[in-house]
Design a protein around this ligand. Sequence first.
Ligand code: SF4
Length: 160
Amino acid sequence: MERLRKNIIELVLTDYDTERLKKEDHGANELYNVVQQIGFDIDSVRYPKGKTHQEHSDGHEPSVYVVSDLSAASDCYRCVRACDEVQGEMVLTMAGRGFDSHIAKGTNESFKDSDCVSCGACAQACPTSAITDVFKSKETKADEVVRSVCTPAAWAATSK
Ligand code: SF4
C-alpha cells in the first residue's frame, strides 16, 4: 500500500512544478503535506515530465471573491465537484486529456467572465490554493472562527 501511495504521488508530480512546490506555503498546501506524510522525496520522481497543464492560459481576472492561478493546480477535481455537486453551479469542468487535462471555468474564460457566483466552495476545497479567495484566507491565521453554510456571510461577519 505504501509503495502504491508513493507511486500515485510520483505520477501526480510528473504534472506539477516540483520546484514551486518546495517553496509554497507548506501549511496551506495539502499536496506538499501528503508528500511529507508518505515520506516521498520530491526530487526522486522517476518519470519524465510531460507537456503539463500548467502551459494552459488561465484568465486571471477574479470574480468578486474568487481568484485563481491554475498553474498551481494538481488537477484533483475537488473544485469541479464542489462547484457541480455541492453548489450545483456547474461553472468548473475538466478540459483536455492526459497531460493536457486542465481546469476550465465556463467556456475557458476568467472567473469574472464566467457564471461564477463567488460562493467560495471551490476555494475552500482546493488543496494547493490554485483557486483561493481574494483575501487568501487559507494562508491567514484566524483569530475568530464563525460557522456558516454561506462563505460570503461568514466573511462579512468577521470583516467589520
Ligand atoms: S466560487 Fe462557487 S460558483 Fe464560482 S466557481 Fe467556485 S464553486 Fe463554482
